[in-house]
Design a protein around this ligand. Structure first.
Ligand code: HPA
Length: 264
């Protein structure tokens, strides 16, 4: 059976049209789903076997803010497998069961001292600085996917509205994808700033490209866990990412709950 068939069968009457990929520190959101149906990635053919600490690996589906939603708790990264399309089977399965909107979340380093750890940044656009693309090798001409409006205007407006309504501070900016897993150098961060980036991270962009290829509407947000390399004098660490993510994560959860409750 395909992953989509297994998912559809396990979900029974639940028909979510929106899915959220939970990045580092957003995991606790899965605990807020009512009457959760939990499906380990291991039971879903093609779903990633994620090994990054701080990332679980299960689908959690149920009622969230009065809305049927499907959460992907745990993602695989390009740097784990050297395969930028590692999330493709999972995203195809979501499209296959009728998901229309995808919300991607991540932890990121900020390029602005006035967007410090704990901030939430709505991604308005991205720069793919990885040198790779998840559609390498794709034969269909649909591979020439347009990314001019990759980050859906309607979904962004709903998220902005929810931030306003809940009084939650929200920044907006351009996310630059570095392959990782090493962090950037201070020189790379200076370059990123000149190129127009506001935050840097190691995920999300390949998923945006795949999701647009599959015809899903996309929104994405970063929780800032640190100022980027060279901005504080200290060294960066994954431990810091995991420790700091819950602060912005809680803010993002507030925004998403409000937005989803109103039809995001
Ligand atoms: N760089 C890349 N990825 C990240 C960072 C960073 O500074 N912080 C959290 N994820």
């Amino acid at each position: 059976m395909s992953a989509a068939d297994i998912l559809a069968r396990k979900l029974g009457g639940l028909k979510p049209d929106v899915a959220i990929v939970l990045g580092s520190g957003l995991g606790p959101l899965a605990g807020e789903v009512k009457n959760p149906i939990r499906i380990p990635y291991a039971d879903l053919p093609g779903f990633p076997k994620s090994g990054v600490s701080g990332h679980a690996g299960e689908v959690v589906a149920g009622d969230f803010a009065g809305r049927p939603v499907l959460l992907l708790a745990g993602r695989a990264h390009y740097y784990e497998h050297g395969d930028a399309a590692v999330m493709r089977p999972a995203l195809e399965a979501l499209a296959g069961i009728g998901i229309k909107k995808l919300i991607l979340t991540n932890a990121a380093g900020s390029l602005h001292a006035d967007m410090p750890p704990g901030s939430v940044m709505l991604i308005t656009d991205h720069i793919n600085f990885s040198g790779t693309n998840p559609l390498f090798g794709e034969q269909d001409d649909r591979r020439f996917v347009g990314l001019t409006e990759a980050y859906d205007a309607g979904m962004r407006a709903a998220i902005e509205e929810a931030a306003n309504a809940t009084g939650t501070p929200l920044s907006r900016g351009v996310y630059m994808w570095f392959s990782g897993p090493s962090f950037e150098t201070p020189a790379e961060i200076r370059m990123a700033r000149v190129m127009g980036a506001d935050a840097v991270g190691m995920s999300t962009v390949p998923e945006v490209i795949l999701a647009r290829f599959l015809g899903l509407r996309v929104a994405a947000a970063s929780v800032v866990t640190n100022l980027a390399a060279g901005m504080t004098g200290g060294e960066l660490s994954h431990q810091e990412t995991k420790d700091r993510a819950p602060v912005g994560g809680a803010r993002l959860a507030t925004i998403l709950k409000h937005a989803l409750g109103r039809g995001l």
